[in-house]
Each structure stands twice: as structure tokens, then as C-alpha cells.
Write a protein that binds this ligand. Structure first.
Ligand code: ZN
Length: 56
């Protein structure tokens, strides 16, 4: 999947589990765009940290 921002680089997708929730980090090495995605949709880093806090 190409970066929707710069349309040059391929996105790097990193999957991990945070607080029992599957989380995907999409990252572009070209323009430094990045966003997080959970089963609920796109979220911010703060949203991911919330998951981590709840999942203790
Ligand atoms: Zn990009």
C-alpha cells in the first residue's frame, strides 16, 4: 500500500498487541506520516496508550 500523503513510498505496517487489542501502526519513511489502527478504526498514539493502560 502506497503512502496516501506523499504517494512515493510504500507504507510500513507493524502489527502488535496492546492491552489485548490488535493494533497496527502504519508508517511512511518518506514523509514521516504515521497513524494507528485498531479494530475500532483509526486512532492516535494517545488512544493506543489508553488501551495499554486499560489492559493492565
Ligand atoms: Zn509518505
Amino acid at each position: 500500500m502506497k503512502c496516501p500523503n506523499c504517494r512515493i513510498k510504500e507504507l510500513v505496517v507493524i502489527e502488535m498487541t496492546v492491552g489485548g487489542e490488535q493494533v497496527r501502526l502504519h508508517s511512511c519513511s518518506g514523509c514521516d506520516l504515521r497513524w494507528w489502527e485498531t479494530s475500532e478504526g483509526t486512532t492516535s498514539l494517545a488512544g493506543v496508550l489508553d488501551l495499554a493502560a486499560v489492559g493492565r
